[in-house]
Structure formats: structure tokens, C-alpha cells
Design a protein around this ligand. Structure first.
Ligand SMILES: Cc1ncc(COP(=O)(O)O)c(C=O)c1O
Length: 320
């Protein structure tokens, strides 16, 4: 999985591969609350989300092990960010990409995937991920050209965050990490970063952020929430590897409010899950003490949400 020295089959791919990871960690100072939250800026990755890391690790590993052939088709079920990341690298590395996506995913994500030259296969949103995952397996059984990154079960998903994202945070913070909190989709980030931080700072608290409307880890029934990209109604198997100490619930409304604060008070154009993550980090910091260092992630960019309620204007905001 070593991809620090790697010569892709297509030399042109080296450019975009070199832009992935090593993202900045910035302090966010909330004066009114007298709190500072440390945020790792994953939205700065070249396709705009944390999922560039997974795409790089899985595709570089597959190419190194000879699993990707010139006629391979990379096939994955994704609510958007992983699909965009795989499409970006497929374009640069010279592979066809097909993405299975629920009809409920925002239209911006579809545009980006198609713009990168990948094929988009939409399925009914009611079935959630299980439908798309089953479809990808069936397609792969019938056609050996399909290569499945399998983000929900691939151990490289966790390993990459354990070997890279986590150690980057530890190096950048240069001192104890008192707590780490983030949401989960596949659970890869929470498990990998959580393991790295726990190994380095055994006293640190590792927590999962969950939408209040779908707090599955707390044993509640999943319901509709508006924090895209996370908590899709089931507990992913990779999450079992996360050294969890607790959960922090954030409502969709609070996530939107905090995301808008990040836009308007900090000038950081991030997506809804980033606002939810920061809101969860603030809850932890209030609980643990304002001098504690709580780290979270800004997962993706705001441009991905133009067609969602994050960009709904309230009448008082409109100028006469
Ligand atoms: C938009 C978005 N993508 C991805 C992730 C991380 O997902 P995973 O659990 O699949 O690593 C998050 C986590 O907060 C997220 O908000």
C-alpha cells in the first residue's frame, strides 16, 4: 500500500495523485463561545472531498498488484463523493469508471461524475446502499472487466486513514489530541483516524457524530436526515474497528446552522457534514473543558450542495 513512491501506468496521473492528502489542519476560534476547534481541511483535496484518499489508496494498490487491466471498468456504489473521487482518478489513470448512485443524491454530484467521463447508473433511493452494492456484485459476476473498490468492506479504507490522515493530524497538532469526532459513511475514517490517535494518545476520546434523526449507534431507528454523505440507515462493518468512546448527536437543523456559520463567519465553503462535525466537536469541547484540543474534519465542499436545503434562502436574507 506504499504509494509515496509510485509510478502510475499513465505518467500523467502523477499530477493529480500528488495533490491528494497532506491537507492543512486549522484552528477555528469561536470567540462568543470561548472555544477553539481544530479542523482538518479535507475539502481541499483535488476532487473536493476526503474520499480522494480512499480512491488513491485502492486504485494505486490495485494497479501495483496487477488487478487493474487496460480494459478494466472501476465500479462502485456511492452517494457521490467516492464516485467523484474514483471518476477523477479513473480519468487521470486511464480507466473506465461506472458509478451506481441513488436517485436521492444531489444533482451536482451527477454532473461532476459525468463531466469526468464516467458512466452514471441511478437506482431507486428507497433501497439505500444495499440495492447499489447488490447491483455492483451482480454486474461483476457477469463481466470480469469490472473492478470493485468495495469501499464498505475494503480494509485499505481503514488502513489508509490509520497510516496517513491520523498521523498527519498528530504531526500537525504537535501535542496531545484530547478528542476526535467525525461522522461515518463507511466508517473507514472514524476507524482509521481513531486507531492512529488512540495508539499515540491512549487518553484521547474518540467519538462518532450521528444525526439526531438517525442515531443508530445509540440504538435508535434510522429516519430521514439532511446531512448528506453520512449515516445511510445502517451500521457499516468497518465501524466495528473504531475504538469508540461515545456518540454525539447533531440535528440536521443544527448541522445547517453551523455550516452557514462556517460559510459566513469563517469564509470556509464546506458541506453540511462539516458543519455537523464542528457542532459535535463544540459539544465535546464544552463538556471536556475549553482548554481541551478537539479535532474534527471538514469533509467536502459547499458547491456540492447548491440544489439542497443548505442553499435555501430565508426571505429575510433577500434584499428588497
Ligand atoms: C461527506 C462525507 N463524506 C465522507 C465521510 C467519511 O466517511 P467514511 O465513514 O466513509 O470514511 C464523511 C464523514 O463525516 C462525510 O461527511
Amino acid at each position: 500500500m506504499s504509494h509515496d513512491v509510485f509510478y502510475p501506468r499513465q505518467p500523467r496521473a502523477a499530477a493529480v495523485l500528488s495533490l491528494i492528502g497532506n491537507t492543512p489542519l486549522v484552528p477555528l476560534r469561536f470567540e462568543a463561545e470561548n472555544l477553539t476547534i481544530y479542523a482538518k481541511c479535507e475539502f481541499i483535496n483535488p476532487s473536493g472531498s476526503i474520499k480522494d484518499r480512499l480512491a488513491k489508496t485502492v486504485l494505486v494498490d490495485a494497479e501495483q498488484r496487477g488487478l487493474l487491466k487496460p480494459d478494466s471498468i472501476i465500479l462502485e456504489c456511492s452517494s457521490g463523493n467516492t464516485g467523484i473521487a474514483l471518476s477523477m482518478l479513473g480519468a487521470a489513470m486511464g480507466y473506465r469508471v461506472a458509478i451506481l448512485m441513488s436517485q436521492g443524491a444531489s444533482v451536482e454530484r451527477r454532473h461532476l461524475i459525468r463531466q469526468l467521463g464516467a458512466e452514471l447508473i441511478l437506482f431507486e433511493s428507497e433501497g439505500h446502499y444495499e440495492t447499489g452494492i447488490a447491483m455492483s456484485r451482480e454486474m461483476a459476476e457477469k463481466d470480469s472487466r469490472y473492478f470493485l473498490p468495495r469501499q464498505f468492506e475494503n480494509v485499505l479504507n481503514v488502513k489508509d486513514h490509520e497510516m496517513h490522515t491520523g498521523p498527519e493530524i498528530i504531526r500537525q497538532l504537535d501535542g496531545p489530541v484530547d478528542a476526535f469526532v467525525t461522522g461515518y459513511g463507511t466508517g473507514g475514517t472514524l476507524a482509521g483516524v481513531g486507531k492512529a490517535i488512540r495508539a499515540h494518545f491512549p487518553q484521547s476520546r474518540i467519538c462518532a457524530m450521528e444525526p439526531s434523526e438517525a442515531a443508530l449507534l445509540l440504538g435508535e431507528m434510522p429516519c430521514c436526515h439532511h446531512i448528506e454523505g453520512i449515516a445511510d440507515g445502517f451500521l457499516p462493518q468497518l465501524l466495528q474497528q473504531a475504538p469508540l468512546d461515545g456518540e454525539v448527536k447533531v440535528s440536521s437543523n443544527d448541522a445547517m446552522t453551523m455550516t452557514k456559520r462556517l460559510h459566513r463567519e469563517f469564509g470556509l465553503l464546506v458541506g453540511t457534514s462539516s458543519g455537523a462535525n464542528v457542532a459535535a466537536a463544540m459539544t465535546l469541547a464544552r463538556e471536556m473543558g475549553t482548554d481541551k484540543r478537539v479535532v474534527t474534519l471538514l469533509c467536502d465542499r459547499a458547491e456540492r450542495y447548491f440544489s439542497t436545503s443548505l442553499f435555501d434562502r430565508i426571505p429575510s436574507e433577500e434584499k428588497a
